[in-house]
Write a protein that binds this ligand. Sequence first.
Ligand code: ADP
Ligand code: MG
Length: 359
Amino acid sequence: MDIIPECFLYSKKVFHLNHSYYMPRLLAIIIFICIISACQRVPDKLVSITGLTMGTSYSIKLITQQISIDEEILYSDIEQILTDINQSMSTYIPDSELSLLNQSKITDRQNLSKDLFTVIEHANNVSLMTNGAFDITVGPLVNLWGFGPEPFTQKIPDDSILQSVKAHIGYQKIIIDRASRQISKSDPDIYIDLSAIAKGFAVDKIARYLDKQNIQNYLVEIGGELITKGLNSHQQSWLIGIEQANVLERSVQRIVSLNNIAMATSGDYRNYFEKDGIRYSHTIDPATAAPIYHNLASVTVLDKSTMHADALATAFMVLGTDKAHTLANKLGIAVYTLSKTDTGFEEKYNDYFKPYLTD
Ligand code: ADP
Ligand code: MG
């Protein structure tokens, strides 16, 4: 994901005047009104906040006319939101709410915080709509393949260990009770990994915070998952680059123009290891207990919700190009994929995605 430096667009306004007599006077009035409003117009303030979270970076850009806005308060509030989400959902923090849930072998109902419940419940819905391609109980497999909190080993796990771990995978093993905001595990050994959805949730939560501050124009991005609202500093939609799915260099494949919509991308070209010419990436197919093995290199999804786009991008990576497009069309989801070919990459996007492309 790249935020493209904005260029100016001029909109042409055409005035039709029937009486040339009035022209000079009218022009003088228009110029006068323009000068007055230019004097009265509070200049836009561009605020940029960046930092590190969830093993990656975050970037927030907002444009506001509130000159009184306190950037220090914004920054500390946003950092607090991110700290709270991590303390709830990270498997990298040993005493996070999720880590404690994973460590407990209790199969009775357990109370969860509102945020953790929301994310687990939504993950479960995405599992249902993707026929299990998205599955937050893949955590032990993610760890076994070396993509979890333990140091990166770059080793192919033993098949017997994979099979024994696979017995404890399955989103159906999490029983969700919405009314009481409780969950129970039907298998005490299940282990939940929210890495494919928590960033999207955090982006949405920061966006809601900015809404409450009455900020109308912003871009919130964590590790490539992002949401946009309103316009950028040049009164344009936000221009975002979709990266080429290239391991060696970072370059832009396509530019999309976004306004009041979220975007998430998943790919096999950043977090992976290679052995004997085979790429093992951090996206695990719950059906095979192994990293995905097909020619789909990256998926970009657009949706109102960053959390939903984030989860679906991972699910589509698991499904592969054809099944991903079939499901996206059925769900009415805008999707863009890059698939490996002998000569490079083949792009494919559906009709829901088309209106956002700039070229
Ligand atoms: P990124 O972290 O690059 O944005 P994703 O959003 O696709 O990528 O999340 C990938 C992470 O999700 C993996 O590192 C792993 O922790 C977890 N994961 C892997 N496979 C699945 C899956 N099938 N369903 C849910 N989560 C997964
Ligand atoms: Mg994801």
